[in-house]
Design a protein around this ligand. Structure first.
Ligand code: KG4
Ligand code: ZN
Length: 333
């Protein structure tokens, strides 16, 4: 029987739990999102996030075990998100994982949240093969990586300030849209006229693979001050914002493939759920003989499946530990 890994994600505003078995794949996964709770405040409230994780995590563990018809005693290892993320939120997953593992006398594996995102497209069919270039676009990160194998990652470029998701969220806030801003902004952008406003494409021709998105919110703010912001204008600004972000991401992703000579691009992280980004990348890169891979939509944003999966791969490399001394890394390069 191949090994079963339980995965727990609690780095931000989603409690995700999943069971992955080598050779069989994902056995079950469950998610509780706190979006409704935080939306009242316009963003994630860390203390509320931690308290909610405490209430959700054990019921979700029970739920996946029951759905997969697996008993707790059949679990061979427990993976959890060790960082980066909110300290208190991370501690919930880490302490539950280590306490359960101690009781069961099985190893734990602390996973880097971005490694979870990075490897999540491998859960899909067809899956990419190594090596590939990964474009990681989440609320906290925007990075291009060369991925040669599990654990062999080379950073090719990253944002110097705001992440792409942050640019979506902050611009959405300026337009009076709810949290999280990415999906709301892209929905509104669909009603917008792409020719009315043109926003800057920062660092497009910087000659490297780095990004900068912090100027975008200033440009959006300026537009909202210059114009009377009726419904159509808001949609037009949303459209221009989305176009600017996607243009830069697509341009640099193409450049990363050209620089590395690789043909496969993997897109991961919450912004990877954006349909226009998906269309643009698939078209641009397809034209050049490359291929783009995306995680299933449900595994783009934070989830337990990617942590169980990354844990299973690390376990196969004998990286589980049985000392149950754990710390979390709210900041982790
Ligand atoms: O990966 P993720 O769930 O959490 C982090 O690790 O940050 O990413 C969340 C980010 C948020 O900034 C959210 O606005 C953005 O992903 N996002 C989107 C879309 N869906 C989520 N951005 C643009 N278009 C979307 N459809
Ligand atoms: Zn994430």
């Amino acid at each position: 029987m191949s090994l079963i890994t339980l995965g727990i994600e609690s780095s931000c505003d989603e409690t995700g739990v999943a069971l992955y078995q080598m050779g069989r794949g994902l056995l079950a996964h469950a998610l509780h999102t706190q979006i409704a709770m935080h939306s009242e405040y316009g963003g994630v409230v860390p203390e509320l996030a931690s308290r909610d994780h405490v209430q959700r995590v054990i019921p979700l563990v029970r739920q996946v075990l029951s759905e997969a018809e697996v008993s707790l005693e059949q679990v061979d290892a427990i993976a959890y998100t060790q960082g980066p993320g909110l300290g208190g939120a991370l501690l919930v997953g880490a302490s539950v994982a280590n306490a359960l593992a101690y009781a069961l006398d099985i190893p734990t594996i602390g996973i880097h949240h971005l490694e979870g995102h990075l490897l999540s497209p491998l859960l899909s069919d067809p899956a990419p093969y190594f090596p590939f270039v990964a474009l990681l676009v989440s609320g906290g990160h925007t990075q291009l990586m060369r991925v040669d194998d599990v654990g062999r990652y080379t950073l090719l470029g990253e944002t110097l300030d705001d992440a792409a998701g942050e640019a979506f969220d902050k611009s959405a806030k300026l337009l009076g849209l709810g949290y999280p801003g990415g999906p709301a902004l892209s929905k509104l952008a669909a009603q917008g006229n792409p020719d009315r406003f043109k926003l800057p494409r920062p660092m497009l021709h910087s000659g490297d693979l780095d990004f900068s998105f912090s100027g975008l919110k200033t440009a959006v703010l300026t537009l909202t001050k210059q114009h009377e912001v009726d419904d159509q204008t808001r949609a037009d600004i949303a459209c221009a914002t989305q176009e600017a972000i996607i243009d830069v991401l697509a341009y640099k992703a193409r450049a990363a493939l050209a620089q590395t000579g690789l043909s496969q691009l993997v897109v991961a992280g919450g912004v990877g759920a954006n349909q226009l980004l998906r269309q643009r990348l698939s078209k641009d890169i397809g034209k050049r003989g490359g291929k783009v891979f995306y995680p299933d939509l449900q595994f783009c944003t934070d989830n337990g499946a990617m942590i169980a999966f990354a844990g299973a791969l690390r376990l196969a490399q004998h990286q589980g530990r049985k000392d149950y001394r754990f710390d979390v890394k709210p900041r982790w390069d």
